[in-house]
Ligand binder design. Structure first.
Ligand code: TPP
Ligand code: MG
Length: 770
């Protein structure tokens, strides 16, 4: 652990004030000074920033070391920018353009901000939890010999108190306890206000218990030194103060010194008379706002006191809008100071008109040297780290052999073969699954590579010689991180492992498996991972009504539509194992390519007869989103367009119909997502004068402009029906629009119109309507 630097409380207090000014001014400038061409509210959160400037000054200018990583409460983004502005790593131009195109982002963004942002935030709760998984990744990298002890750091989350209502926080700490996570500091800006109002009182006494029972140390910073000693000197006053509800306390902070006096006089009478006599209203007000989270002495003491790696929750009491005219007001979340209020804040802080952007404006000469020295000594990274990309060579991945295979079984085989063959890629793969490792076919891989545990974990069943296909011993060289059933945790784990090249300079190839319908369970966490440009391979299996007897609760319908609308995630849906092998190879390449992305494979448990290939011409098409599995005749009048597990039905229908419909083609779609993207990109390129048809256009141009397309997928029909819009061809869409149910395949396909009869009818109809 790094030694704390000697500190300078006065300089830190000055920096706290500078942060409060610059963050408030940045937001004010964007709302009241910068030209507003469209009349839209710009917004920003002056109160949420003011709440934690002291905490952030103490952290960034004192406690944080160069390897520490922080997730900042989203609406305190302007404070982070102000910190970098003071350090010289943020420009005035970006601040002047706060919330404008290309300017500092509203909420810290790893990819869009020019300053180093360790974790993007925005959807509350997720930034908190991802730090826990990042610390687990740090342990993983150290255990595997890829990260030296001296390059390790702490993972810090700056949390709004209302964020603690997000369930994903507790899913994460439960998982963390199982993995014995460490090096975490979660610091709650306990201002007892959320967006709508003041927070409910009763729950807050419970949070510390919840964390303690998950192995955390809880440090409460309730009082600053002055308030502590005033309350220690008057028991009645202390008891009165501590029974105030969140709403009462906030209201008093807003009302100020005279109101504090009236309430104390009325409720404590003679017990507080001497105390009130000693303090005028202004002093009273200052005294009662001396809460732990605004007291530099308290913060530094608390941070310095924690030198071990026990995960620690700091609950720092604060006032929302501290030091601003709407401090404590329940409606202040999105409140903006008006120009008059801002002018009076400016005067109070000694900032001259026209000098508002000067970093150290208002800092007295006697203070300046100390402040500058502290800024110089600050150890945090000022520039973005260089992420590692393109460092691992990806070998060719052969398709598993076998006349009949399911894509899920083939996935398990491919991983097993990779493991047996060994090599750097195999060593850098880390798999993870929320309690569906075995049922998603990762078992063989785990038998080979073991579970990751910091401490040796024997396989009790194996030692007792109880027969089992699964060998579940764990150790610090294991490569599978087993999670409990919490899909949000899966995606946060993938986010953290998928950022390891950015965070630690060491690329991992994370593979997460889950059942396709349960993607929706963790959808915001998945979006969060993609938003940060984390790279991973998501393998979702089983999928669709093809799952048969498992029934409607497990039969996914809309994930291809989710994928169609999800940036940063490429959907592939193979029918055959050779397609799958090509896709997995492509996925590894994309994970390690700075221009790449994450990949979602939608797989099936249905074992189907593999197709014979006469050449490898299909491969490029399959990776671009589709290929002609049965070539159409020139200007053919119809084609079947099918995806994934229903390919045997499509092939059988094609065989049956080809005599009657000469030139009938069968297009195997492997990625509606890529076809759609390619189509829109080609259109955008045409507006720029480039005239290259997209892959979808090239495929469909083989048909007559009037051709009819019968699309089919074991998924929402809209996944493919849009394809008719590419060249204006007519479409008869087949797919699943109602919840699934139990049944054998033949019955289900017949009921949901995914069988040969449905295709024949649809083809007939579309030809008739020509
Ligand atoms: C998942 C999600 N839901 C809702 C919001 C909208 N929102 C932004 S901040 C906030 C309340 C924040 O209160 P708190 O965490 O206590 O922060 P502070 O009081 O410090 O502003 C809400 C509901 C969001 N950003 N994310
Ligand atoms: Mg709050």
């Amino acid at each position: 652990m790094l030694e704390p630097l000697t500190h300078d409380i006065e300089a830190l207090k000055t920096l706290d004030e500078r942060l409060r000014w610059i963050s408030a001014w940045t937001i004010h400038h964007a709302n009241h000074i910068r030209e507003n061409s469209d009349g839209l509210k710009v917004g920003g959160h002056q109160a949420s920033c003011a709440s934690m400037t002291a905490i952030m000054a103490a952290l960034y200018f004192h406690a944080l070391g160069p390897n520490d990583r922080v997730a900042v409460k989203p609406h305190a983004g302007p404070v982070l920018h102000a910190i970098h502005y003071l350090l010289g790593s943020q420009t005035r131009e970006a601040l002047e353009n706060f919330r404008g195109l290309g300017g500092a982002q509203s909420y810290p963004s790893r990819t869009k901000d020019r300053i180093p942002v360790d974790f993007s935030t925005g959807s509350v709760g997720l930034g908190v939890a991802v730090t826990l998984f990042a610390s687990l990744v740090q342990d993983y990298l150290t255990a595997h010999g890829w990260l030296d002890e001296q390059d390790r750091g702490r993972f810090v989350a700056l949390i709004g108190d209302a964020e603690l209502d997000e369930g994903n926080v507790y899913e994460a700490i439960i998982e963390g306890a199982k993995h014995d996570v460490r090096n975490l500091w979660w610091i709650v800006d306990y201002n007892r206000q959320s967006l709508d109002a003041t927070s409910a009182d009763r729950m807050f006494e419970r949070f510390d218990e919840i964390f303690r029972s998950c192995g955390w140390r809880v440090v409460e910073l309730r009082y600053g030194k002055k308030l502590q000693s005033a309350l220690d000197g008057n028991k009645a006053l202390k008891a009165w103060f501590e029974q105030l509800s969140n709403a009462e306390l906030s209201a008093l902070h807003y009302q100020g010194g005279a109101e504090w006096r009236m309430r104390i006089e009325a409720e404590l009478g003679s017990k507080a008379a001497a105390f009130l006599k000693k303090h005028d209203d202004a002093v009273l007000e200052a005294l009662f706002t001396d809460l732990g989270g605004h007291s530099m002495e308290c913060l530094i003491e608390a941070f310095d006191a924690v030198q071990d790696d026990v995960p620690t929750l700091f609950i720092a009491w604060t006032i929302k809008g501290f030091g601003l005219p709407f401090a404590g007001h329940k409606d202040n979340h999105a409140g903006l100071m008006n120009p008059t209020q801002m002018a009076s804040l400016r005067e109070g802080m000694g900032v001259r008109v026209g000098h508002e952007w000067e970093p150290l404006e208002g800092v007295g000469d006697n203070q300046r040297t100390g402040v500058e020295a502290l800024l110089d000594r600050t150890r945090i990274a000022r520039a973005k780290r260089n992420p590692s990309f393109g460092t691992i060579s990806v070998p060719a991945i052969p398709a598993p052999s076998g006349e009949e295979q399911s894509t899920q079984a083939a996935f398990g085989r491919i991983l097993l073969d990779l493991s047996k063959a060994g090599g750097e890629l195999a060593d850098r793969i880390v798999t993870t699954s929320p309690d569906v490792t075995v049922s998603t076919n990762l078992g063989a891989w785990v038998n080979q590579r073991g579970l990751f545990r910091r401490n040796q974990m024997p396989d009790i069943f194996a030692e007792a010689k109880i027969a089992s296909a699964q060998k579940w011993s764990g150790g610090n060289k294991g490569q599978h991180i087993e999670l409990g059933i919490a899909e949000s945790n899966l995606f946060l784990m993938l986010a953290a492992a998928g950022l390891s090249g950015h965070l630690f300079g060491q690329r991992l190839f994370p593979i997460g498996t889950l059942y396709d319908p349960f993607i929706a369970r963790g959808l915001d966490s998945l979006n969060y991972a993609c938003y940060q440009d984390a790279r991973f391979l998501l393998v979702a299996t089983p999928s669709g009504i093809t799952l048969g007897p498992e029934g409607g609760a497990h039969q996914s319908i809309n994930p291809p539509l989710i994928a169609l609308g999800q940036p940063g995630l490429r959907h592939y849906e193979p029918a055959y194992s050779d397609e799958l092998a090509a896709m997995i190879e492509e996925a590894f390449r994309l994970i390690d390519d700075c221009e790449g992305e994450s990949i979602y494979l939608r797989l099936s448990t249905r074992s189907i007869k593999q197709v014979e290939r006469s050449d490898t011409g299909w491969r490029d098409g399959a990776l671009e989103g589709g290929y002609w599995l049965r070539e159409p005749g020139q200007n053919a009048e119809a084609a079947i367009v099918a995806m994934g597990a229903v390919m045997p039905e499509a092939l059988a229908a094609w065989e049956e119909l080809r005599e009657d419909i000469p030139g009938l083609g069968l297009l195997a779609v492997t990625s509606p997502d890529l076809l759609h993207r390619g189509w829109t990109a080609a259109q955008a390129a045409r507006w720029r004068g480039e005239r290259k048809p997209s892959h979808a256009e090239q495929l469909l141009l083989r048909l007559s402009r009037n051709a009819g397309l019968v699309t089919m997928a074991d998924a929402a029909p809209a996944s493919l029906s849009w394809i008719g819009g590419v060249l204006g061809q007519r479409v008869a869409p087949l797919g699943v629009e109602k919840f699934g149910q139990t049944g054998n395949l033949a019955d289900l396909y017949a009921s949901y119109r995914l069988d040969g009869d449905a295709i024949t009818q649809a083809v007939a109809e579309i030809l008739l309507s020509a």
